[in-house]
Design a protein around this ligand. Structure first.
Ligand code: NAD
Length: 486
């Protein structure tokens, strides 16, 4: 063990198990190694799946209310350690501590509480058919061992968004968090232990996708995979899981549009689109990366949007006044910067940000993965920056004339995760929202989520709008029982 460096351990059958091999995990704000993460493979995954299988009969036979007591206890423990988790999430991922404190960790607590409170009331339904003389009822049964694979951008938030419904429905779980951000998942395992979870109900195996992830996806005893990550890996998982006929939920990438009509509330729109484009360094799957502005408003929008972007402070994540911290890794920073070069090659104009504006960073952070928020204009819809998911602080602004034109242009990518529409005309808001081929449309707002509503993407952003990774439908199989009573 290196001094001051956290050594992550796998969590199998309620026990912390040291890895056989280790990967280095870097603090994005300094580039220094801050944690060592087990580089697990098939052997560790086999043990974890065996533990989950063993725990399944006991856990699935508990009442949902009894399961909820465990989940609520973990939620309370997590809430009581909010600051500790927020600091760790920031060091693992690069985001400002204030963001982890106000968004990531509170949302993880909410995920746990929400599903603990709602699922006990959703699992069973019944009806009587007087004509047929039958009593009909449906019981929703857990499937068995659920495999959960999560990305690095909202580490604990997205892990608990899968984990809470999976276990509340009576499944047992083997989770494989991102190898880039494993520390808060490891800390969470300690809370599970403290909350008295039966061994094997939740198991956590750390490592890279092609080894640990692949071993989970192809394991014959794993009944379902809930995956959140890139479209490329999602497509690969769909193929790798096919021979074992697993139930799949794939939540993948996006290329989300904001459509700004002339009659919108410009100040509210700009305020929100700045957040939508650059929060978490632009690394939220729901971030806006294409902004279409109606012709009359376009010059004023552009001037004010660029001014507001230039005012954003980038710097060490612990500073309370920075809006953006560091991007998650050096290869990712290089990828995002490459897209700024592609934009220039494709005829775009960089109005502010990367390469243009100064970025004063303290000496101790000089090897961190920082980048200024960048606004680009002048790109055709078919160019790389307008089609590919960049997943960083880069947003492209262009103008449009008519409703038909902008709906067509917003829809012309392979992705369909979300969009936002900005207008004061209710008719336009509803009409345009209905024509957008995406999973979620926000009108005059962004990222406002009610956990009772289904979440997910259309087209290559996700499979299915019902039964996605946050839903009781996905984590259970319905069984209908029809009994003759007369
Ligand atoms: P990624 O696809 O590279 O990795 C996601 C997870 O899959 C990681 O845990 C990784 O180790 C694992 N993985 C990689 N190869 C695998 C394999 N062969 N078998 C099994 N598992 C494998 O994605 P990322 O870079 O971690 O995250 C960024 C992506 O996630 C972006 O595309 C973003 O849009 C997407 N995302 C989507 C949503 C959503 O809800 N739609 C939410 C957050 C992030």
């Amino acid at each position: 063990m290196h001094k001051g460096i956290i050594t992550v351990e796998n969590f199998i059958s309620g026990t912390m198990v040291r890895g056989q091999r280790y990967l280095d995990s870097h603090d994005p704000s300094t580039g220094m190694i801050w944690a060592r993460v087990p580089d697990s493979g098939k052997e560790e995954m086999d043990s974890a799946v065996a533990a989950a299988l063993k725990a399944f009969p006991g856990w699935s036979h508990k009442s949902a209310h009894a399961r909820a007591q465990h989940v609520l206890k973990v939620a309370d423990l997590l809430e009581s350690r909010l600051e500790e988790f927020a600091v760790a999430e920031s060091r693992d991922q690069g985001k400002p501590v204030w963001l982890a404190r106000t968004m990531d960790i509170p949302r993880a607590v909410l995920n746990l509480r929400h599903f603990a409170h709602t699922i006990p009331h959703q699992l069973n339904t019944s009806s009587v058919s007087p004509e047929a003389g039958t009593l009909n009822y449906t019981v929703r049964e857990p499937l068995g061992v659920a495999g959960l694979i999560s990305p690095w951008n909202l580490p604990l938030y997205l892990l608990t968004f899968k984990l809470a419904p999976a276990i509340m429905c009576g499944n047992t779980v083997v989770a494989k968090p991102s190898e880039m951000t494993s520390v808060t998942a490891y800390m969470f395992c300690k809370l599970l232990d403290e909350a008295g979870f039966p061994p094997g109900v939740v198991n956590m195996v750390f490592g890279v996708g092609p080894m640990a992830g692949e071993a989970l996806v192809t394991h014959p005893d794993v009944r379902l995979i809930s995956f959140t990550g890139s479209t490329a890996i999602g497509l690969h998982i769909a193929q790798a899981a096919a021979p074992t006929l697993k139930k799949l939920s794939l939540e993948m990438g996006g290329k989300n549009a904001a459509i700004v009509f002339d009659d919108c509330d410009l100040q509210a729109c700009i305020r929100t689109l700045i957040r939508a484009s650059f929060i978490n360094q632009g690394q939220v799957c729901l971030c806006t990366s294409r902004i279409f502005v109606q012709r009359c408003l376009y010059p004023m929008f552009l001037e004010e949007f660029v001014k507001a972007t230039r005012n954003l402070k980038v710097g060490p994540p612990a500073n309370p006044d920075v809006f953006m911290g560091a991007l998650n890794s050096l290869p990712h920073l290089e990828k995002v910067r490459r897209y700024v070069r592609f934009a220039i090659e494709d005829g775009g104009v960089v109005l502010c940000g990367d390469g243009l504006d100064p970025m004063p960073i303290p000496a101790e952070n000089k090897n961190g993965y920082f980048m200024r928020p960048t606004v680009i204009t002048g790109l055709k819809d078919e160019t790389r920056c307008m089609q590919d998911e960049i997943f960083g602080p880069v947003t492209c602004v262009s103008q449009f004339e008519t409703e038909d034109e902008v709906v067509h242009r917003a829809n012309c990518t392979k992705y369909g995760l979300c969009a936002s529409v900005w207008t004061s005309d209710l008719g336009v808001a509803h009409r345009v929202s209905q024509r957008l081929r995406v999973g979620t449309v926000w009108t005059n707002c962004w990222l406002v989520r009610d956990l009772d509503m289904p979440f997910g993407g259309a087209k290559k952003s996700g499979v299915g709008r019902e039964g996605t990774h946050d839903s009781m439908e996905f984590f259970t199989e319905p069984k209908t029982i029809c009994t003759k009573i007369t």
